[in-house]
Design a protein around this ligand. Sequence first.
Ligand code: HEC
Length: 299
Amino acid sequence: MPQMSALAPDLIQFIGRFHPLLVHLPIGFLVLLASLELLACWQRMHALTVVRGSVLMLTVPTTILSAVCGCLLARGGGYDTCLLEWHRWSGFGVAGACLLVLILHILNWRATYAVALALTLLSLVGVSHFGGSLTHGTNYLTRYLPSLGNHTEGGTPVMRTAVGTGSGDAASVFATLVQPLLVAKCVACHGPLQAKCGLRVDTMAQILRSPKYGPVLVPGNAAASELVTLLDYPLYQEGHMPPAGAPQMTADEIELLRWWVDAGAPDDKTAAESKLPANLQHLLNPHATPLPAPPDRNP
Ligand code: HEC
C-alpha cells in the first residue's frame, strides 16, 4: 500500500476529490440553460434569455475546474484505464464545447449556438455515464432494470450467489462461503466489471494472479495476505477494505477469510474435510444463531 501514496501525494488527492462535487455544477448550469432556451422558444418567454451570458460565464470556469480536479483524482489510480480515458477525453471535449458555446453566444451566432448547445448536452450524457461507471461499476444504471436484472452482471454465474447457501456438506468451503462473500463485498470494485488496482477476487485463479503490488493471498499465512489484513485496518485508515461507505465485512466474515487463508486457501475442500471451526459453522446456514467461541462451548 505505501507505494500508492507515493504515486498520489496527499495534496493532489485532496484537491482531486473535489471533482465529484464540482462536476455537478456545470451539469446543473447546462441543463438550466437548455431549459431556459426551450421555454424561450416554445412559450415565447424571451425575457428568460437575458441570463444566458451569466449562466455561461458560470458554466465555463466550473467545467474547466472540474476537468482539472478530475485529472488530479485520476492520478491516484485504481480506475479501469479504458473507461478512464473515455471519461477524461470526453470530459475535456465538453469543457471545450462549453467555451465554444460561450464564444458563439458572444458573437451572437444564434443558430450555430443552438446546435452547439444541443451537442454539448448530448456529450454531457456520455461523459456522465462514463464517470458514473468508473465509480459505481459499468452495470450500475441497468443493474436493477427489471427485465435485465442479474443478466447484465458480466455473465459470471457466481455473481448471483448469496452467502451461506446451506449446501455446504457437498460443495467446497470456497464455493459455498468464501467466494459468495467476496462477490457480495468486494467484486463490485474487484471483479469483471471494474478491477481497482488490477485486482479481481471473483475466482480463485484471479485471486492468485499478482496484481500491481504483488500477491494479495499467501496460502497458509493470513497475516501476510492483504486479502485479509486490509479488512482489519481501522475503518477510516487509508487502505482499509472495503472502503468506508461500501458494505463492510462482519467480524465473523473476516474470521472466516482468515481461517480459510491460514488453512492453505483450499478451493476444493468441503467444510467437514477442512474442519470449519464450530464458531463459524453458522455461516453455512444464515438462519442459525452464531455459536460462542470454541472455549465456551465445552459442556
Ligand atoms: C468501493 C470499491 C471497493 C470495494 C467494495 C473493495 N475495494 Fe479493494 N480497493 C479499492 C480501491 C479503490 C483500491 C485501491 C486502493 C487505494 O488506491 O487506496 C483497492 C485496493 C485493494 C487491495 C490492494 C491491492 C494491491 O494491489 O495491493 C486489496 C488487497 C483489496 N482492495 C481487497 C479488497 C477486498 C478483499 C474487498 C472486499 C472485502 C475489497 N477490496 C472491496 C476499492 C474497493
